[in-house]
Write a new protein. Structure first.
Length: 177
């Protein structure tokens, strides 16, 4: 019986090294691997501009990939940090808080988003960032701390307050605070 082996999947470190050398397949691999989570995060924090901001994030990544060092979790944290800065820049450019004004279009997007995304919208921005980075992006506390520039203890506190608030929103009589 002839066995055909599956092609070997490259390790993240191999892909990163190839992407740094300008390999289109490697950058495409990074894009395909990380773009869905990036868009989910941006759809919540910047619903009207998620695609545009994601494009800006990848342009920034392409231009500064040679300066990045670290493993895959560090890359996810770096990508999240870059996205956060791009949201801030988009906010400055537009002169308003991106994704926080709930007009008809935002309400429509929120209705079509996942339950988690709709619930996170009730949180203050910093708590929402922590929950998104922890839950949607799958980062650990230290990675989130690096991404938002706060100590791990602050991240834990923000996460705790966010989860309590989400619990109150889900069932106002469930918790007393």
């Amino acid at each position: 019986m002839l066995h055909v082996s599956e092609p070997r999947r490259p390790a993240f470190e191999e892909v990163l090294a190839a992407a740094r050398q300008g390999s289109p397949w490697a950058f495409g691999w990074l894009y395909r691997r990380f773009q869905p989570r990036l868009l989910r995060m941006l759809a919540v924090i910047a619903p009207h501009h998620a695609e545009d901001i994601a494009a800006d994030v990848w342009l920034e990544v392409a231009g500064s990939l040679s300066r990045f060092s670290g493993d895959e979790p560090a890359f996810r944290a770096w990508l999240a940090t870059t996205a956060r800065y791009q949201v801030i820049e988009a906010t400055r450019r537009s002169g308003r808080r991106v994704g926080r004004a709930l007009d008809d279009a935002a309400t429509e997007q929120m209705a079509s988003a996942s339950f988690a995304a709709r619930v996170v919208a009730v949180l203050p921005p910093e708590q929402a960032d922590v929950v998104l980075l922890r839950v949607v992006r799958g980062l650990d506390v230290d990675e989130v701390a690096r991404a938002i520039g706060r100590p791990p203890a602050t991240v834990r506190s923000l996460q705790h307050r966010a989860l309590r608030r989400l619990a109150r929103e889900a069932d106002p009589g469930a918790l007393t605070a």
